[in-house]
Design a protein around this ligand. Sequence first.
Ligand SMILES: [Zn+2]
Length: 91
Amino acid sequence: MSLKRLWRFRPEASDPHIEVRERASEYLDGDASASLAQRIRIHLDECQDCRGFVGTLRATIAALRNLPRISPQPSTKDGIDQVAEPGDRRS
Ligand SMILES: [Zn+2]
């Protein structure tokens, strides 16, 4: 088997679908390099599957950002601390 053939068996190096899916969050966060972002945009133009994937990821990220930040009520925290108290080994 030639090296060239071996290279083709590395999907992450040659498969644009995989690259798009692996780097999608980077792309959506705006952290992708200009050339990566361009490759992704070009691929999304021609690939409905990856467009769907990135669309879902974008919606998920947006939904997570919209979740209210909550912290436990003090009474809840006390309850957890009691249950989690070291040395409390009721059986
Ligand atoms: Zn694709």
